[in-house]
Structures are given as C-alpha cells and as structure tokens.
Design a protein around this ligand. Structure first.
Ligand code: TMP
Length: 212
C-alpha cells in the first residue's frame, strides 16, 4: 500500500507556521500531490471542542498534567479520524503543530517531562510520528513585534504566558531538533514568507524525490 507523507510544522507563536502550511500545500498540489492541511489542537469537531477548552479554559484553567492529557486526547481523535485515513489513502498531510508542541509546551515549559508526553502519545495515537517536522525559528524580539501587530493585547491562555515560559518552549524545540536530526529540519523563519517557503521546499527535497 502506498502511504502518503506526514509533515508537521512546529515553532513558537507568531513564527509564520500557518502561512507556510498554506504555501506548502499550494506547492505540493501544483506537483499533483493530494494534500490535506490540518492543525492542532483541532482538526475534528471533538478536537476543536477540546481546543476551546484549552485556549479559553473555564474557571481557574488547567494544570500542566491535565493540559497534557487534553492535548493528547484531541490528538488521538485527530489522528484516528483525519491523519491516518488520509495517509492510508496515499495523501500527504500537513499539520500546523503536532506532538512536538506537546513535548515543548507541556513536557518542557510545563514541567510534565518528555517521557510522560511520549507515553501519552503512545496511548492516544499509537506513537505516530511525522515523516518530517519543520521547526520554524524566528528571534524572540522579532516574534514579539509580529504578535503585537497581529493580536494586539489579545492572546489565548497559552500564548499569553510569560516570556520565560515561551523561552523554555523555544529552547525545548531547539533541543529536540539537535538531538533528533533525522526527524527535524530547522527552518530560518526570519525573512519574508516566499523566502521561508523556499527554505522549506529545499528541506523537503529528499521526501519529494520519487514523487511526480
Ligand atoms: P495555535 O495558536 O498555533 O493554533 O496553537 C494554540 C496554542 O496551543 C499555542 O499557544 C500552542 C499551544 N499548544 C500546546 O501547548 N501544546 C500542543 O500540543 C499544541 C498542539 C499546541
């Protein structure tokens, strides 16, 4: 059976992942590849409902462990209903955030630990990993300016955490990419969308070899 390829885009807030997901999908479609674009948390009605619980939490909000469980539950539904069926149908899946966000935000910055997050992923999603994770990196000062322009004072429960939390998220992502070079391609996101897109297409060359 021909299985499609699974590409995740990762990085902190305001690094341009959503724009890059769209540009990548368009480029793949132009090559005749059947593509599904999706995002986390979300992608199914159930996972979108969990997204709302996570980003606009009722009451005092979630502790880091409850948060990790909710992300894992949303991901489980998304993997079972959207990602795996698409891959099994030979489609490529582009996912704006996936497991490595849980590893960086809940596991690293939240203190839940990498092993616990990976264990939850094993239970929820049978340990499914992307064929390639594109880690888009932009310097923190640049991101702050972009977010101020995009969101003003409005941010969600996780995006609105303090700078030290987000610095730990960025450091965790960088550590994973360094420790697992076969899983990650680090993308310099500190330029215009078209230039960043070209970096991404270069990183994807090995996966595109043999495709139409
Ligand atoms: P988004 O705004 O990029 O869609 O992501 C929503 C927020 O959720 C963002 O602050 C990152 C956070 N997040 C986690 O903390 N853990 C996860 O596993 C995922 C997928 C997102």
């Amino acid at each position: 059976m021909i299985r499609g390829k699974f590409i995740a885009l990762e990085g902190g807030e305001g690094t341009g992942k959503s724009t890059q997901s769209r540009l990548l999908a368009a480029a793949l479609k132009e090559r005749g590849i059947d593509v599904v674009v999706t995002r986390e948390p979300g992608g199914t009605p159930g996972a979108e409902a969990i997204r709302n619980l996570l980003l606009a939490p009722p009451g005092a909000g979630w502790g880091p462990r409850a948060e990790a469980l909710l992300f894992a539950a949303a991901r489980s539904d998304h993997v079972e209903k959207i990602i795996l069926p698409a891959l099994e149908a030979g489609k490529w899946v582009i996912c704006d955030r996936f497991l490595d966000s849980s590893r960086a935000y809940q596991g690293g910055a939240g203190g839940v630990g990498d092993e616990a997050v990976l264990t939850l992923h094993g239970i929820g999603s049978k340990g499914l990993r992307p064929d390639l994770t594109l880690l888009v990196q932009v310097p923190a000062a640049k991101v702050a300016a972009r977010l101020a322009e995009r969101d003003g004072d409005i941010s969600d429960a996780i995006g609105g955490r303090d700078a030290s939390y987000h610095a730990e998220v960025a450091a965790s992502f960088a550590r994973f990419a360094e420790q697992e070079p076969d899983h990650f391609a680090v993308i310099d996101g500190d330029s215009g969308p078209e230039e960043v897109h070209q970096h991404i297409m270069t990183a994807l060359r090995p996966l595109l070899d043999g495709e139409p």
